[in-house]
Design a protein around this ligand. Structure first.
Ligand SMILES: Cc1cc2nc3c(=O)[nH]c(=O)nc-3n(C[C@H](O)[C@H](O)[C@H](O)COP(=O)(O)OP(=O)(O)OC[C@H]3O[C@@H](n4cnc5c(N)ncnc54)[C@H](O)[C@@H]3O)c2cc1C
Length: 457
């Protein structure tokens, strides 16, 4: 016998809980299914834990530099067990709060187990069968294991197992010079590990502009992190207690030997064990659930939100997916994924804030555009803080005066980017920010100045 609900939500990542609250609040009987830990990736092994660890790493870094500020710190020692305990306490609060909110919610029934489609509107959770006219999938993704020769002969870490590390790896080899790899790489260097980052492409964070990649590499290398790009033929083997990574880069030794390996090489959607074929829900060739601009799947009454639909790979995009679905269903307010502007941060220190198009994308589009840049050495606040690395760049459409994109690599860049992002959402000409009076002394105060220096690209 199936138990009937008005809606079933599969997964409690960043979209599921918000939508559950909205549907249950509207009087629907909702079943929520979670197979592992409430809060999903962001809470348990993504954003929250990594940012607590980045904060610990920053404290260690600043303590080592204390003398530059006239502060005497006799000895800097990182207690990895404490770093982990602090991280665990912060994420547990978030996870437990979410679990008790869902379990105490009126009209909401929580199932703990693996959900699998049995038909377009029927889901099994262990022995239980649930039915609903509306099903919302928020199953997220997991770390992908690349087919690197020798990978099965070594033990390696990924973003989940890294969360259990309460010791200092002597030499951490990070495979993947993109967002996850760089955050962990810098963090462990600051904790005291030797770190080598291996990137198959010709430069770090290849989605970003070349000048951004180069500046990020310079920041990391200045801290003693080894960076090996063009590492196209990585292969692992055991070398006593150590792990040898054959890299065959154009430059440097052909082999890097380390004590631990972290795979930061991308993620795959949790769609392979969801029974989607029994429901007839279509996927793309990479296993992402195909959705339209309002997140409807190929099956009427089934939606997919968050990382599993391939439309975003961030907490804010997943949460926004739930807002879009709720607005369309409950408020008849037509909201769409295509209303969203690409925006994200890279949380190395200093951080990179990104909004909209890169310079390369603007050039490729062929439109007439303007560009301005400013090094952080010319931003008083950054100099006063002793953190003058990085630069800011903004791109503007020459005809409409609308801002097309920005990269803010520098202290406070993760926050400063929002004034630009908001002007982009407002579809305001750049002159609105240029004429705004920003507060002194801040990094933001130089954004209007930079906009006053726009030049044709
Ligand atoms: C190391 C790291 C750092 C990150 N840092 C950031 C950051 O700083 N900022 C940012 O915006 N994003 C960051 N992200 C990305 C972010 O974590 C995800 O984009 C975000 O969690 C959105 O995920 P989601 O809602 O799609 O699903 P998830 O959070 O992945 O949750 C999916 C849930 O579904 C459950 N589930 C899966 N299959 C089933 C099933 N069949 N039955 C029942 N339950 C199921 C899972 O157990 C999980 O709880 C980071 C990711 C990583 C890995």
């Amino acid at each position: 016998m199936s138990r009937r609900f008005d809606a079933i939500v599969i997964g409690t990542g960043q979209a599921g809980p918000y939508l559950t609250g909205r549907l249950a609040g509207a009087g629907m009987k909702v079943a929520v299914v979670e197979r592992k830990r409430f809060g999903g990736t962001c809470v348990n092994n993504g954003c929250i834990p990594t940012k607590t660890m980045v904060a610990s790493a920053y404290a260690a870094h600043l303590a080592r530099r204390a003398a530059e500020y006239g502060v005497v710190v006799p000895e800097v020692r990182v207690d990895m067990a404490h770093v982990k305990a602090r991280k665990d306490a912060i994420l547990a609060k978030s996870r437990d709060g979410l679990e008790s909110w869902l379990k105490g919610m009126e009209n909401c029934t929580v199932y703990q187990g693996h959900a699998c489609f049995e038909g377009p509107h029927e889901v099994s959770v262990g022995e239980e069968r649930l039915e609903a006219e509306r099903i919302f999938i928020n199953v997220g993704g997991r770390a992908a294991v690349p087919p690197i020769p020798g990978i099965d002969s070594i033990s390696y870490l990924n973003n989940s197992s890294m969360m259990e590390v309460d010791y200092l790896p002597r030499h951490l080899i990070v495979v993947g010079g993109s967002y996850i790899g760089l955050e962990f790489g810098q963090m462990f260097r600051r904790f005291g590990s030797e770190v080598t980052i291996l990137e198959m492409g010709p430069r770090l964070i290849p989605r970003e502009d070349e000048d951004v990649s180069a500046a990020v590499r310079e920041i990391l290398e200045a801290e003693g992190i080894g960076v090996r790009v063009n590492a196209k033929c990585i292969a692992f083997s055991r070398q006593g207690e150590d792990i040898a990574a054959k890299v065959e880069c154009g430059e440097g030794a052909p082999t890097v030997t380390g004590s631990h390996v972290l795979l930061g090489t991308g993620r795959r959607p949790n769609t392979d064990d969801l029974g989607l074929e029994k429901a007839g829900v279509a996927m793309d060739p990479r296993g992402y659930i195909a959705v339209d601009d309002e997140l409807r799947t190929s099956v009427s009454g089934v939606w997919a939100m968050g990382d599993c639909n391939g439309k975003g790979a961030f907490t804010h995009t997943s949460y926004n997916d739930a807002e879009i679905v709720a607005a369309n269903l409950l408020e008849r307010d037509r909201r769409r994924v295509s209303d969203r502007i690409t925006a994200y941060n890279l949380y190395i220190d200093p951080p990179l804030g990104r909004a909209g198009m890169t310079e390369a994308e603007v050039r490729k589009s062929g439109r007439k555009a303007l560009m301005a840049t400013r090094p952080m050495t010319k931003v008083g606040r950054a100099v006063e803080k002793g953190e003058p690395q990085g630069f800011m760049k903004v791109l503007v459409d020459a005809e409409t005066k609308h801002i097309l994109g920005a990269s803010i690599l520098g202290v406070g860049g993760d926050e400063v980017i929002h004034s630009i992002l908001d002007a982009m959402y407002a579809k305001a000409p750049y002159t609105v920010i240029q004429r705004a009076v920003h507060i002194h002394p801040t990094v933001s105060e130089l954004v209007p100045t930079m906009l006053g220096e726009l030049k044709e690209m």
